[in-house]
Design a binder for this molecule. Structure first.
Ligand code: AMP
Length: 121
């Protein structure tokens, strides 16, 4: 499927809508989630047009992949989340309920985050 250039994170990257930015470099932008699920809830997105981890790891350059994942670590560190711990998570595709079709990593911190995944009823 072709990358949707009208997705909301693409608009944030183009500066068409604002975000609460916490970090930016050549490869990544990080900002606060608009609907936080934890005291710290940040999103880190690559600057290139990738829909999910699959096309990111298939098509991005080594520099983009390294720059992005180093940025994820930096953002968690700068948020003060390392000592108490944090979760980073990427929803990819329909079964994971990915809402925004631009690859992004969530960083959750600031409280006990509970179990890893919802179990079937
Ligand atoms: P996902 O289900 O992994 O695609 O999560 C998308 C996330 O983007 C959700 O946690 C939303 O709250 C968040 N979100 C959607 N629009 C915005 C926005 N304009 N600024 C910040 N976060 C957003």
């Amino acid at each position: 499927m072709a990358y949707d250039t009208d997705n909301i994170f693409a608009k944030i990257l183009r500066g068409e809508i604002p975000c609460d930015k916490v970090f930016e470099n050549d490869y990544a932008l990080a900002f606060r989630d608009i609907n936080p699920q934890a005291p710290v809830h940040l999103l880190v997105i690559p600057k290139g047009p990738y829909e999910a981890l699959d096309d990111f790891t298939e098509k991005a350059t080594d520099a983009e992949i390294e720059g992005f994942f180093r940025a994820v670590g930096t953002v968690a560190r700068e948020a003060g989340a390392v000592d108490a711990g944090y979760r980073f998570l990427a929803n990819c595709g329909p079964d994971a309920h990915q809402e925004v079709s631009h690859f992004h990593v969530h960083i959750f911190a600031g409280r006990d985050l509970g179990g890893m995944i919802k179990r079937p009823d």
